[in-house]
Design a binder for this molecule. Structure first.
Ligand code: FES
Length: 95
């Protein structure tokens, strides 16, 4: 079975005072960084941008799909973990 493995990323910025958001917490930089990592690893993964994943207070947020877990409060140390999760999904999809 072949899965369409995707990485859903939040590109939302909430402009209210004191409102945490993924862009406000640096997600655009992390998205750029993980895009390079995915390309460098040659992974067949689409990056899908979404306006909000309803976990604003835990941002930056990304989610592996289909059915993967949410990664919250992302920083640079989280990105290799997400790449490994993507690899495991891709390995599962070719079995
Ligand atoms: S701002 Fe990213 S989950 Fe809402």
């Amino acid at each position: 079975m072949s899965l369409n493995v995707r990485l859903i990323v939040c590109i939302n910025e909430r402009l209210g005072i004191g409102q945490r958001s993924c862009v406000g917490s640096g997600n655009l930089d992390y998205i750029r960084e993980i895009r390079v990592m995915i390309d460098s690893a040659g992974l067949n993964v689409s990056i899908i941008e979404r306006e909000c994943l309803d976990k604003c207070e835990q941002g930056p947020v990304m989610r592996v799909a289909p059915g993967g877990k949410f990664f919250t409060e992302i920083d640079s140390s989280t990105l290799p973990v997400i790449v490994e999760e993507l690899k495991s999904f891709l390995a599962y999809s070719v079995k």
